[in-house]
Every structure is written in structure tokens, then in C-alpha cells.
Design a protein around this ligand. Structure first.
Ligand code: GAP
Length: 436
């Protein structure tokens, strides 16, 4: 049966109820724009990152990985342009005192909260979190929490080339936390103050940048389809010149059709040689490479693919959320791609009398590294619903016949079909499900 409309409220409630996401510091009333991930959320996040790493390593061009520090020297962020340019226009309503981003609505239409039309001047609000290193708080102790992971890649470009013997064209990828003091964090995981990014900077010759830019846009769209996103809800959109970030010559957003409209899921940018040139200038270090063919040095250009782990997490939940009916009973089901599902299969003994034998099946599969849950409480129907709601693709029921024929009943989350599967074939069955 088709999905009824999914709303942000339904997703937030499911996330809380089933242990995907909690508001951070909740017992102290929460921290705006900051979230914690629960047991299932942590697993889903891990699956997202694994799938991304897998794709990055699957092409003929080499992509290597780094894991940079979150704290950065101020010079890094001066050179990158963030200290001067990374800000949003901020305005306060003089009547209700609420604060807004001035580029999100027309000021002359009035305050979205109270309708008044009197405003403070628009000022630029710096998005980077600043902190102090050490005991003395002065100009020299300033450090920033990184607002993007990319800069750790640029500042380590030479380190990677000289220590790992890679040759242009190649990519450096990184998954890690980023921090932005968003004026209006909103839509749950869509715009957060602390979030995680998966970024890949692909270094190439300037004359090849357009070719690789096109190639990576196609690859990244393919990625989203490969993890199960509905292709009708994905599109690409080229940035208009006045939308481009200070470092970009061209940018394509991969957008998803969220319940609140088409919005950016990933940005793919042609960053030219802006970053390496800036760091070279500010640090006074040579960041060029030598071209054996032409016997000249050049500063590589960069094609960047940048997506938020949390934003993709939210997208997967919206995309997979369905409400339907099974045998006259309503159910919520997450039709997650098996590779994305936090739990791959559940073992459900028909009664507690079968605990010992069914637990053996459970432990054997766990030992092989499968994500398996064991659930004994409630009717089989109730247990199916619980697994459906968190996206578990397969439930294996262990019944009295299992003792005789060495098989369990596999019930499919989406087709609801049931089949008997030999217990010794379960690893192969699950590997097949996971596309391994
Ligand atoms: N290095 C380029 C860069 O950071 P961006 O468009 O500002 O570009 C890239 O961010 C991706 O990071 C976005 O497409 C989005 O998926 C994610 N992202 C950015 N800001 C975010 C926020 N406040 N909360 C959650 N995800 C965010």
C-alpha cells in the first residue's frame, strides 16, 4: 500500500521512540541544533559512512582517507576565506525581539513571528565557533572549530603526496564533525550546529577539472540511487553565479524533494586551485606538483563532493517511511535498503521453550559479524511490527518444526512473503541480501 504523507513530526517522533536520535542534553531541556544518536541511529550512521567509503574506493582513480583535527589554527581559516566570508545576514525584529536570517524572507513582508515590520540593521553574523587554547585568553590563543572538513585535506595535501606516493589525479576523502553557529537551526537534522560531513577533494590538472566535475556529479547521483533513494526525488541543480561560495567556479547541488521542498543534500563544487593557492600564499609553502610530461610545476585544481551524514540520515528516513496495513492492522515501516538498515535480521523464537536452540542461531550469526537482534517479547505479529518500524528487512521465526527440519521461516518486510530457509544457509542468505 502507498505511503501516506510523511511529516517531519512523524520522523522526529519515530527517532525518539525507537532510539535513532535524541535531543542532546535532553534531561537539561536540550541544546538547540544539537542531537545525540541512539543505538539504532549510531548503526544507521555507520552504514551510511561505510557505503560512502565503499563508493569512494571503487573507482579506477585512487581516493585515500585522512582524519584531521577538529580544532584549527586561525591562519587556516584566514587563508580559506572563512574568517572574512563565512557569515550569514542576521536581523532582529524590534517588536518581538526574535532573530532571523535576513536572506530567508522579505523584510518588507513583516516578521514571520509577529507580523511587525520594524527591524534592526542587517549585520553579518560569523558562523564559526571560536574557542581559546590554553590558560591565557588573548588574540594568540584563538582557535576555531572547523566549519567544514575540507581544509584539513588542503593543508595536508603535501604531506599526503610525499608520504603516500599518490599522483594527480587522485582524491583525499574525510569523514568528520563540523560546527556552524547557524542562526536558525531547523528541520531537525537538516540544519544543525554540530554535524558530520563526508567530503572528498579530487585533485586534477586545471584543464581536466570540468571533465572530472561532470564525472563526480554523475557518480554521486548514482551513489544515492545505490543506497535506495527514490530516483524521482533526486535532481541536480546548477548554482547561479550569485549563489556560488567564495571559493567556487561552479557548483551543482544534488537536491532531494523533502516534505519542506527541494533542498540541498550534497554540494559538488569546482573549487579551482583557490584553496591550495591561498594556503601556499598564507603559509609561504610551495603546494605545486611537478608534471613529468610537460616538465612544469602547477597547482592542482579541485573538484569537491560534500555531503552531510546527518542530512543524508534524515533523507533516508523520509524516503523509506511508509504507513500501510497488514492483515487489517496499521503498521509503520521503514523500507530501508538492506545495506542501510541498522538491523539486518531478527531471530524470533515462537515460544520461550525454544530459547536455547534459537539463541544458538542468533549467537552464531552475531559471531559472523551480522547485525542481528533477538526478540522474544510479545506475539509474533507484534514483534514483526517492531522490526518493520526500524527497517529490519528480514525476520527469522524459529518454531517447533525448526527442531525437526533445521529450517526457520524467513519473512520479508516489504513483500510479506514467507519461505523456509535452512539454518546452515542463513549466512549465505544474509550475504545475498546485503549484496555481498
Ligand atoms: N566544504 C564545502 C561545504 O562545506 P556546504 O554546502 O556548506 O559545503 C556541504 O556543506 C554539505 O554539508 C551540505 O550539502 C549538507 O549536506 C551538509 N551541511 C551543511 N551545513 C549543515 C548543517 N548546518 N547541518 C547539517 N548538515 C549540513
Amino acid at each position: 500500500m502507498a505511503s501516506v504523507s510523511v511529516t517531519l513530526e512523524k520522523i522526529v517522533s519515530l527517532c525518539k521512540r525507537r532510539g535513532f536520535v535524541y535531543p542532546s542534553s535532553e534531561i537539561y531541556s536540550g541544546l538547540n541544533g544539537v542531537y545525540d544518536f541512539g543505538p539504532l541511529g549510531a548503526l544507521l550512521k555507520q552504514n551510511i559512512k561505510n557505503a560512502w567509503l565503499e563508493q569512494m574506493m571503487s573507482f579506477k582513480e585512487e581516493v585515500v582517507f585522512v582524519d584531521g583535527a577538529i580544532l584549527g589554527a586561525p591562519e587556516v581559516w584566514k587563508a580559506s576565506g572563512h574568517v572574512d566570508n563565512f557569515s550569514d545576514p542576521l536581523v532582529d525584529c524590534l517588536s518581538c525581539k526574535k532573530r532571523f536570517r535576513a536572506d530567508e524572507f522579505k523584510l518588507e513582508d513583516g516578521c514571520p513571528n509577529c507580523g511587525a515590520k520594524t527591524w534592526t540593521d542587517v549585520r553579518q553574523f560569523k558562523l564559526m565557533f571560536q574557542t581559546q587554547l590554553g590558560a591565557v585568553a588573548d588574540e594568540n590563543s584563538i582557535a576555531y572549530l572547523r566549519p567544514e572538513t575540507a581544509q584539513a585535506i588542503f593543508v595536508n595535501f603535501k604531506n599526503v603526496i610525499s608520504s603516500y606516493r599518490v599522483k594527480v589525479p587522485f582524491g583525499i576523502a574525510q569523514i568528520g564533525k563540523a560546527f556552524r553557529n547557524e542562526i536558525t537551526p531547523k528541520q531537525f537534522l537538516f540544519r544543525m550546529r554540530e554535524f558530520e560531513q563526508m567530503e572528498m577533494e579530487f585533485f586534477c590538472k586545471g584543464e581536466e577539472a570540468d571533465k572530472f566535475f561532470e564525472l563526480w556529479v554523475a557518480r554521486r547521483v548514482e551513489f544515492f540511487k545505490s543506497i535506495g533513494l527514490n530516483s524521482e526525488k533526486i535532481r541536480t541543480r546548477a548554482h547561479a553565479t550569485d549563489e556560488l561560495a567564495h571559493y567556487a567556479k561552479g557548483c551543482f547541488d544534488v537536491e532531494y524533494n523533502f516534505p519542506f521542498g527541494w533542498k540541498e543534500l550534497e554540494g559538488i563544487a569546482n573549487r579551482t586551485n583557490f584553496d591550495l593557492s591561498q594556503h601556499s600564499k598564507f603559509a609561504g609553502k610551495e603546494l605545486a606538483v611537478f608534471d613529468e610530461e610537460t616538465k612544469t610545476s602547477y597547482v592542482p585544481h579541485v573538484v569537491e563532493c560534500s555531503v552531510g551524514v546527518d542530512r543524508l540520515f534524515l533523507t533516508l528516513l523520509f524516503d523509506s517511511y511508509y504507513e500501510d496495513e497488514v492483515e487489517g492492522e496499521p503498521r509503520i515501516v521503514l523500507r530501508l535498503h538492506p545495506k542501510m538498515a541498522p538491523i539486518t535480521a531478527a531471530i524470533l523464537p515462537l515460544t520461550n521453550k525454544l530459547r536455547e536452540q534459537s539463541e544458538k542461531v542468533f549467537f552464531d550469526l552475531k559471531k559472523l559479524g551480522f547485525r542481528i537482534q533477538y526478540d522474544t517479547s510479545g506475539s509474533i505479529g507484534k514483534r514483526y511490527r517492531r522490526q518493520d518500524e526500524v527497517g529490519t528487512p528480514i525476520c527469522f521465526t524459529f518454531d517447533f518444526e525448526s527442531l525437526e527440519d533445521g529450517c526457520v521461516t524467513a519473512r520479508n518486510r516489504d513483500t510479506l512473503q514467507q519461505e523456509r530457509v535452512a539454518i546452515d544457509q542463513l549466512p549465505a542468505y544474509l550475504n545475498n541480501l546485503l549484496g555481498k
